[in-house]
Design a protein around this ligand. Sequence first.
Ligand code: SF4
Length: 650
Amino acid sequence: MGQTLTEKILEDHLVEGDLETGEEIGIEIDQVLTQDTTGTMVWLQFEAMGLDEVQTEIAAQYCDHQTYQFDFKNTDDHRFLRSAAGTYGAHFSRPGNGICHNVHRENFAAPGKTLLGSDSHTPTPGGLGELAIGAGGIDVTVAMGGAPYYIEMPEVVNVRLEGELPDWATAKDVILELLRRLTVKGGVGKILEYTGPGVETLTAPERMTITNMGTELGATSSIFPTDEQTEDYLERVGRGGEYVPLQPDDDAEYDDEIVVDLSDLEPLIAQPSMPDKVVPVSEVAGTDVDQVIVGSCTNGAYEDVLPAAKMLEGREVNKKTEMIVAPGSKQASELLARQGWVAEMMAAGVNFSEATCGACIGIGHVPASNSVSLRTFNRNFEGRSGIEDDNVYLCSPEVAAAAALKGEIIDPRDLSDELGDLEAPGFELAEEYNASKADLITPDEAVDDELVKGPNIGEVPLREGIDEDIEGEVLLKMDDNITTDHIIPATQDILMYRSNIDKLSEFTLSRVDETFADRAAEADGGVLLAGENYGQGSSREHAAMCPMHLGVEAVLAQSFARIHRANLFNFGIVPLVIDEDAYDGIDQGDEVEIVEDVETGVSEGRSEFTVTVNGDEEYTATLDASQRERDILAAGGKLSWTKAQAQSGS
Ligand code: SF4
């Protein structure tokens, strides 16, 4: 039987296990990336493990999420990150140089390599044939130290593309169509591998918009084969020598198949406040728009901004709408500036902004109360924009520019008819991506050789392993699809404490219940209860670290998002799966006792627990975990486990 492309790359990197779906495998990691919100803990953990030097081929530290300097805390963090990169041998991308995924794809991503990143949109370079996976910071730390990354072998799904995109339909619409069909849970436990004749019609940057937003499907990763488009892109970014032809075998067998005919696609839009609430743009046409933003790691590249710039050329943004363009990298800004597009956009009324995540996580350009904001981003979870009563829509740069011109949502095809002289801008790569690399400091150019820790840099929190039954109060009952933004909001006033867990913990789950952190601290522990898909969203390990710091010992949920589930193990919190009856039967404030059923034992990684509620009612909860994950829990988390392993020499 032939192999899928995913299997080929995994086999090349396999150090433990077999490529059987659901089995735990260990793989070698070639490249790692981390960003400023997760990076400080990555390096503090690297230091705490006593490691001397980065062991992967490439390690890159980006400063992208929080680049605006409000006070010393953020600059303290950035100075610490630069010193850590210099001390341990990583590349350092200065604040303002761009979003990690954009800068990484421009400079390092390469076909056939493995990439592990402490950011959930790490799969972006899958569009270049790199197998890229998002993970918690400590997983990245350990991989950076040269150890394998462990993961359950995902299902591999064939997403077969046919036909060719018509005018005004874009790569963004391909992934929005998949979200419409599969929902935000549709990719959980899966790698989406794109095949079919439609692949060659998409350029590498278009492919990377699709792989970037595979994360919103919950997918472990997404990947395209490589071909002339890949080679062409790598040559234009000056790395043609890194091209490797990669295809699945003709007789490869997939776990599932989805067919998307690109010719059938039309401009789509995700409505507030979930990326899968997708409808044709025409269905919401006429909605007044207060704000439009083009940017982010999904649609912030040079090639993404260019179509919007072309549509704005010689026209003006509607007086009732504010338009912001924040490219994904300084390289994109520099190319657009050299070609005169920045001036064109400014003349049209655009507020041209720094290359940063910023608005995507509510840092800057927060929408007005109860207003409508159209963004080319990948997420529109309620409150993520920085204000609770937001109405954020997700769309392509073309749909965003059309709305900016009209002042309301409009299908760009209708705007084209209305204006008479508005052509579909198409998709165009730069001849040469020859921007400056002044903001990327290589390990050879390092300016620090020891860690610099200002007062905002705290300690890595540790906990003892849980060696007794779990007893305590159900501190909070939550609905389905609780995101890591709910658990630890990423807004400026909170995120600045990312390196100070004691302080950051005070904001734990404050978006769900403002009293949570105080109640948890007072109760000295307890458990959390949630519905489906608990912990979806970012890779933010603070969303496990802070509950651990407050003493949370277990989360009972109907299902968990992949990265957050791994983070719970990594911080010694037991992720237990319950059914709907148990979810309905347990309430906030109940006292629970959770006892592992030793008689039934562990079978194929599964073991059962009895949850006794208020000394009376009983439900069953399941722990699905490998022996390695059980050992990590027993040690109190991955940091303690890794140190113990190093001490025992195993
Ligand atoms: Fe930055 Fe938003 Fe992309 Fe995350 S999703 S890396 S916050 S732009």
